[in-house]
Design a protein around this ligand. Structure first.
Ligand SMILES: [Zn+2]
Length: 88
């Protein structure tokens, strides 16, 4: 058993294993598949999120989340620059 189902995706047990593993400690082949497979990423996200009425709704990958993360990183970078400049 290598933690994959018949279609090559992670089994629920494998998703649990990766979800509980410390960062960087997940089995590499499972983490590698998760990094490449949108279906498993969706399953992992819905697993990490409390189940609710909206969990049955299917939609395109949330672009707003990527944008939010990108904006957050830019803001953090600007804050770091401001802090560095203020200490001079
Ligand atoms: Zn998969």
């Amino acid at each position: 058993m290598n933690g994959r189902d018949a279609s090559g995706c992670l089994t629920p047990a494998s998703l649990d294993l990766v979800a509980r593993a410390a960062p960087g400690q997940a089995p590499p082949e499972l983490a590698e598949h998760l990094a490449r497979c949108g279906r498993c990423q969706d399953r992992m996200l819905s697993r990490l999120r409390p189940a609710g009425p909206s969990s049955k709704r299917r939609g395109p990958p949330p672009l707003w989340r990527l944008v939010a993360v990108a904006v957050g990183l830019v803001v953090l970078g600007l804050l770091a620059l401001l802090l560095a400049a203020a200490r001079r």
